[in-house]
Design a protein around this ligand. Structure first.
Ligand SMILES: *[C@@H]1O[C@H](CO)[C@@H](O)[C@H](O)[C@H]1NC(C)=O
Ligand SMILES: *[C@@H]1O[C@H](CO)[C@@H](O)[C@H](O)[C@H]1NC(C)=O
Length: 203
């Protein structure tokens, strides 16, 4: 018997079992209905670029007829970790690693205070209700280190100093040229009094 069937095969097979499948289908549909539209989650920004020491808002909003539990997890190359869980209007349970470093909002948003490079990664939010099911969203956070910005700043300053140096060198060269021309003019084409003075100076 072939394991791969064409869609036609399936339709034929399903048609034969239609009587059996329709109650099952209804059950599945009902279950999906409970899982899907019951809890809806909206993520405002799925990717955020931040710089070190910035406060970052992972902004979400949800709709849920019941009382939902909101949970944020953090996933990096080191693994996944629960940061915080709460129900709107109640005290949030914050993991020790993020104590005093996060703010929670009733709409499910999470604010990270003064982010560092180690905060970069993927944040997963789950809004769940016991009977209505759950909905999940992700936000990828990229944190650029100040070091790079410092280097950028140093590069700009260096470029500026180089430019100023070049201008000064040019000015010096021009002055030098002018000085030499002036001296030449004094020695060759200057007035007689000037020549006399110069001769006086020579003796
Ligand atoms: C974040 O930065 C990367 C490059 O580092 C860029 O490709 C991306 O478009 C930026 N995203 C946002 C939302 O600014
Ligand atoms: C959630 O609430 C916070 C604080 O009131 C707000 O800044 C943010 O924009 C809200 N997010 C959405 C997606 O509405």
């Amino acid at each position: 018997m072939r394991l791969v069937r064409s869609p036609g095969h399936w339709r034929h097979w399903l048609g034969g079992c239609g009587v059996w499948l329709s109650p099952l289908g209804l059950c599945l549909g009902a279950a999906c209905g409970l899982q899907g539209p019951g809890v809806a989650l909206y993520v405002a920004q799925v990717a955020i670029n931040a710089t070190v020491a910035e406060d970052v808002l992972l902004s979400v909003a949800f709709s849920c007829p019941g009382v939902p539990t909101i949970e944020w997890r953090y996933a990096s190359h080191k693994g996944a970790q629960r940061i915080v869980a709460w129900q709107p209007g109640t005290q949030a349970h914050v993991a020790p690693s993020h104590q005093h470093r996060v703010c929670t909002f009733d709409n499910g948003s999470l604010q990270l205070l003064r982010v560092g490079p180690h905060d970069a990664g993927v944040y997963v939010v789950t809004v769940s209700e016991q009977l209505l099911g759950s909905s999940l969203g992700t936000v990828a956070l990229h944190v650029s280190e100040v070091l790079y910005e410092d280097l950028h700043f140093v590069a700009v300053v260096l470029a500026f100093l180089t430019a100023v140096g070049a201008v000064l060198a040019g000015l010096l060269w021009v002055c030098n040229r002018c000085g030499r021309l002036w001296k030449q003019r004094l020695l060759t084409g200057g007035s007689s009094t000037e020549r006399v003075e110069l001769q006086d100076m020579a003796y």
